[in-house]
Design a protein around this ligand. Structure first.
Ligand SMILES: [Zn+2]
Length: 233
């Protein structure tokens, strides 16, 4: 189930999963209108991030599917694999590039308007502090997504680097192991701090990393099969 379709842009449909709808409501009741606004802003940035991946993939002739927004983030489905590791590298970097460029553009005007005192102390106390909070969303998204672990973009960057040296299969295995390591680390920090959101993110990372390993393994097995058949002929 994909949920509700929000809009379609450059041939890519953006869906919102129904479970996502609880988030703005939850934040409204815990943090008021500022909380709801921050959540909507976060997911607008996540959507733009995913769109940058999809459109870069499209530019390389890779078939792209829809984007679905889940409560823990966006997922852009890519239906085929890019041919070259260098293409996967650029597709992976396109998402964080949006977050970095957007925050770079916002930084100076916000610095002038809010002043360093407010900008460096984001919170939901006042409206200026809330805008500071919203500013830090993009640097945080870039940093989180560049962690060198599957399923984050950084994991794909790492795999693209390794794939040229040790092959796609081995490169994926290494990135998946690092992904599992980060998942366990986040899970542990989440349990220690009783941060429920972090525990959910940890579970998501763990499952997604395993899923990526499975998909690559499956694809490589099929490719092996074809290669064997070719040799036999
Ligand atoms: Zn991404």
């Amino acid at each position: 189930m994909r949920g509700i379709r929000l809009f379609k842009v450059f041939g890519v449909s953006v869906y919102i999963h129904t479970t996502f709808l609880i988030l703005p409501v939850l934040f409204y009741f815990t943090a008021g209108i500022k909380g709801a606004l921050v959540i909507i802003f976060v997911f607008s940035c996540v959507t733009a991030h995913e769109l940058f991946h999809s459109l870069t993939a499209k530019a390389f002739g890779v078939q792209v599917g829809d984007i679905t927004l889940y409560p823990i983030g966006g997922v852009a489905s890519i239906n085929s694999f890019p041919e070259k590791p260098s293409q996967e590298l650029l597709i992976a970097l396109a998402g964080p590039a949006f977050n970095i460029i957007f925050s770079a553009v916002l930084f100076y005007p916000l610095y002038r308007i809010l002043g360093p005192e407010v900008l460096y102390n984001p919170s939901l106390r006042t409206w200026p502090h809330t805008f500071a909070y919203m500013f830090w969303v993009n640097p945080m998204l870039a940093a989180f997504n560049l962690l060198p672990a599957f399923p984050m973009d950084g994991g794909r960057v790492l795999r693209a680097f390794l794939a040229g040296r040790v092959g796609l299969r081995r490169a994926t295995q290494i990135a998946v192991v690092i992904g599992h390591f980060f998942a366990l680390l986040f899970g542990l920090i989440g349990i220690m701090n009783r941060n429920f959101m972090l525990i959910i993110i940890a579970i998501f990372i763990y499952i997604a990393a395993s899923n990526e390993a499975f998909q690559v393994e499956l694809r490589e097995s099929i490719m092996d099969h074809f290669r064997e058949n070719k040799d036999e002929q």
